[in-house]
Design a protein around this ligand. Structure first.
Ligand SMILES: CC(C)(COP(=O)(O)OP(=O)(O)OC[C@H]1O[C@@H](n2cnc3c(N)ncnc32)[C@H](O)[C@@H]1OP(=O)(O)O)[C@@H](O)C(=O)NCCC(=O)NCCS
Length: 332
């Protein structure tokens, strides 16, 4: 990258980092602009300084990986860094340049592709431009800090593993182990099928086998980071967390210190709405707090009618919104 451009990138990164802190204290303190597939797109600003920069990154997620269940095979991501408080004009300009770039790439027209933008949920000034270019808010990364003592932390905080859950004598929460492989796989697939209704997951021929293999691997580790709820001896719900050592892929989305990722939350359909989910999450939070986890992140599908209110009651709130249009070349 020529030094003039690198200078502009450093300048924008610093300005965006400061702006993010004013908007949402949980956003990262630095706004790095990574290398893209070509030189950054530039939105013109006043005084010769760019109002914003953006880079496009191309990723091909191979067949036979679980990652392909969580999105399209071809992913074209735009990383936007906009200086001004009102981002609308610069975002509009940068999305227009990106549209023209994607229009020149035959592979961006393939069915199994997406054009993707992660945008800070509280940076509401950019939303109208994203909508105007045909993008849809598909997923949310939500955050909870260990210090958040809202409803989700309630009375089960001190409940020991394997004990009846407060308020429901027949409900027991216990750590999952290798003998739970079948039921855990069923619950993990249950969430994927539910999220597929909202476009947040795409079921592939290999999904079931990959989920089973991944579940087997995580059940072999001790201590387990997965808990089952049993109602009168029958498994009815699951919460499964990626420990900090495995959550590095997403930890940088927040400035949260020791960060875990809550990867799965599922309650059997007939049992939903009876407090099983809340009991499982309270139990998991108590253990995470005790293990020194400072921040927990999770994804939910924006239009999943059960998850947003549930997670909010459990102490989570939106941090980043994942915007997409499929296929990538249909960006307007
Ligand atoms: C999200 C989910 C885990 C919540 O589990 P749950 O055991 O239903 O949770 P709770 O009973 O503790 O709380 C659910 C809330 O919905 C209400 N509710 C009432 N009827 C309900 C029903 N038929 N189904 C779901 N929720 C219902 C409950 O009353 C409760 O609200 P309240 O606390 O204001 O009373 C569960 O709905 C589920 O498995 N959904 C499908 C998979 C999914 O969306 N996972 C999360 C992906 S991010």
């Amino acid at each position: 990258m020529p030094w003039v451009v690198r200078d502009a990138v450093d300048d924008i990164n610093r300005a965006v980092g400061r702006r993010w802190q004013g908007q949402d204290p949980w956003l990262p303190s630095r706004a790095e602009l990574p290398e893209g597939c070509a030189a950054p797109f530039v939105a013109a600003g006043s005084n010769g300084r760019p109002a914003g920069l953006a880079v496009c990154r191309h990723e091909h997620v191979p067949d036979g990986t679980l990652n392909q269940t969580w999105g399209t095979a071809g992913r074209f991501s735009l990383i936007l860094r906009v200086r001004d408080t009102d981002t609308a004009a610069a975002v509009d300009d940068l999305l227009g340049q990106w549209r023209d770039h994607l229009a020149g790439l035959p592979e961006a027209a393939a069915r199994d592709t997406a054009a993707m933008v992660s945008w800070p949920s509280r940076d509401v000034t950019g939303v109208s431009a994203l909508l105007r270019h045909g993008m849809q808010p598909l997923t949310v990364i939500a955050i909870r800090s260990a210090g958040n003592t809202s409803a989700g932390n309630g009375s089960a905080r001190n409940a020991p593993a394997g004990s009846p859950s407060a308020g429901n004598a027949g409900l027991v929460i216990r750590e999952a182990g290798p003998e739970d492989l079948d039921v855990m796989t069923e619950f993990e697939l249950g969430v994927i099928r539910y999220d597929a209704l909202f476009g947040a997951a795409i079921i592939r021929p290999a999904t079931e086998a990959l989920v089973r293999a991944e579940t087997q691997a995580s059940l072999g580790a001790r201590p387990a980071w997965a808990w089952l709820a049993e109602q009168d001896g029958r498994p009815v719900g699951l919460v499964h967390v990626q420990p900090p050592g495995q959550a590095g892929w997403i930890a940088g989305m927040a400035r949260g210190g020791v960060t875990a990722y809550l990867q799965t939350m599922f309650v059997r359909p007939g049992v939903r709405g009876t407090g099983v989910g809340a009991a499982l999450v309270r139990h998991a939070h108590a253990v995470l707090d005790a293990r020194g986890v400072q921040t927990t992140l999770l994804h939910y599908a924006q239009v999943n009618p059960l998850s947003a209110p549930f997670w909010n009651r459990m102490g989570y709130r939106p941090l980043w919104t994942g915007w997409e249009v499929r296929p990538a070349a249909s960006l307007r």
